[in-house]
Design a protein. Structure first.
Lengths: 119, 106
């Protein structure tokens, strides 16, 4: 079955760190760019970060630059998002999403993992 | 940074009616626009890519049009399962989403 499954969310204090993981199955993982998209409670979608299939190229939204790091382990079909210096405004459901091809929209999404930043 | 502006914010319609959703880009993006549907508690689902191509498994009642800066998603006859929030998305240097249009039951 073609699917993405996120994990690693939870409650963290402001200034803390979390590492999200996303496991892919049912497709050739290293052939596709992958992304993290978040959605704050009751709000719209916000793209966070992207990584190329090889892992050599990474991209970040301004809100993530300098604090978040995207990476992937193609041998384990897994995508990561290391989040440091967390803020209250980082509270959101974090989705991983697969690009449909080079610079193509996201044709596969995970169910999301909730990150709550609060003291 | 390219900004996508969706209108209206909310569309109140009855089943069987036609829905017309708009997405305007702050500068030309050719046809590099996608549409997604999101229902409560679910991940978004890709409906349309490259402005007018339906994604796999998407019913024919969904259609997309437009190029440059003005785009439209049309649902020809609303089914009960179509009441949801719809987002447009583009990629320039990076991905951006519109703020969403909620299609609600009148």
């Amino acid at each position: 079955e073609v699917q993405l499954l996120e994990s690693g969310g939870g409650l963290e204090q402001p200034g803390g760190s979390l590492r999200l993981s996303c496991s892919g199955s049912g497709f050739t993982f290293n052939s596709y760019g992958m992304n993290w998209v978040r959605q704050a409670p009751g709000k719209g979608l916000e793209w966070v970060s992207a990584i190329s299939g090889s892992g050599l190229n990474t991209y970040y939204a301004d809100s993530a630059k300098g604090r978040f790091t995207i990476s992937r382990d193609n041998s384990k079909n897994t995508l990561f998002l290391q989040m440091n210096s967390l803020r209250g405004e980082d509270t959101a459901v974090y989705y991983c999403a697969k690009e449909g091809g080079y610079k193509q929209p996201f044709d596969l999404w995970g169910r999301g993992t909730l990150v709550t930043v609060s003291s | 940074e390219i900004v996508l502006t969706q209108s209206p914010a909310t569309l109140s319609l009855s089943p069987g009616e036609r829905a017309t959703l708009s997405c305007r880009a702050s500068q030309s993006i050719s046809t590099c626009l996608a549409w997604y549907q999101q229902k409560p508690g679910q991940a978004p689902r890709l409906l349309i890519y490259d402005a007018s191509n339906r994604a796999t498994g998407i019913p024919a009642r969904f259609s997309g049009s437009g190029s440059g800066t003005d785009f439209t998603l049309t649902i020809s006859s609303l089914e009960p399962e179509d009441f949801a929030v719809y987002y447009c998305q583009q990629r320039d240097s990076w991905w951006t989403f519109g703020q969403g249009t909620k299609v609600e039951i009148k």
